[in-house]
Design a protein around this ligand. Structure first.
Ligand code: IMP
Ligand code: MG
Length: 201
């Protein structure tokens, strides 16, 4: 075999394994249930009541939800904050790269047009993983001179991280595993699942 033939077969082999990798994308079969709907509702109800009590003396609380992942959690949470009027705002970030399970470069959209000066702000996200997303968004929110700012997440992964500040409000702490459902996606799939599922080992 000459070198051109070897090169051609190498390229063909790479193309085949890339396609095979694409076809072997994760399906629901690769996950198992972690938290069921009733459990999530109970935790979010408790968290909402805590937040409600903490802000009861203020005239309003401005929620800034990070789309798309925080969408179901923020909707559930705001309906359990019953003692203080809520103003709902949202921004969009994306941090996960092409393969769906490894972080890529962070982009933040929609924050520049929010006026948060003098507001009590609660940043709401689906999950605190490396903490980079929340940390960077908090820094930008603080630059807008809010009266106060805290953060709330549905899930916090227990893992070592360089970011020191962790969210004040956490519904569940989990191991450092990949999860889907209730807003969390794998390549834009599974956000609609009412339960939270974890990837099998
Ligand atoms: P962080 O910046 O590393 O904290 O990651 C925050 C973002 O990454 C979250 O808002 C999610 O969109 C995404 N993410 C982190 N871990 C998971 C996971 O286990 N499943 C799905 N998305 C995740
Ligand atoms: Mg995501």
């Amino acid at each position: 075999m000459n070198s051109r033939v070897i090169l051609a077969s190498l390229i063909a082999f790479q193309a085949t394994s890339y396609c095979m990798e694409d076809k072997s994308d994760l399906t629901l079969e690769d996950f198992k249930p972690l938290f069921l709907r009733e459990h999530i509702t109970a935790r979010v109800t408790g968290l909402g009541a805590r937040i409600s009590n903490d802000y009861v003396r203020h005239d309003r609380l401005t929620i800034v939800a990070i789309m798309k992942g925080a969408f179901p959690f923020a909707a559930d949470l705001m309906r359990k904050i019953e003692k203080v009027p809520v103003v709902f705002e949202y921004i969009q970030t994306s941090s996960y790269g092409q393969n769906g399970t490894e972080p890529g470069k962070l982009t933040i959209v929609g924050l520049d047009k929010l006026n948060l000066e003098g507001q009590h702000v609660l940043l709401v996200d689906d999950i605190f993983d490396t903490g980079e997303t929340i940390s960077k968004v908090l820094a930008q929110i603080r630059a807008k001179k809010p009266a106060s700012v805290r953060s709330a997440v549905l899930l916090l992964k227990n893992k070592p991280r360089s970011v020191k500040e962790v969210p004040e409000y956490v519904a569940f702490q989990i191991e450092d595993q990949f999860v889907i459902g209730n807003g969390l996606d794998y390549k834009e799939k599974f956000r609609e699942l009412p339960d939270i599922w974890v990837k099998k080992d």
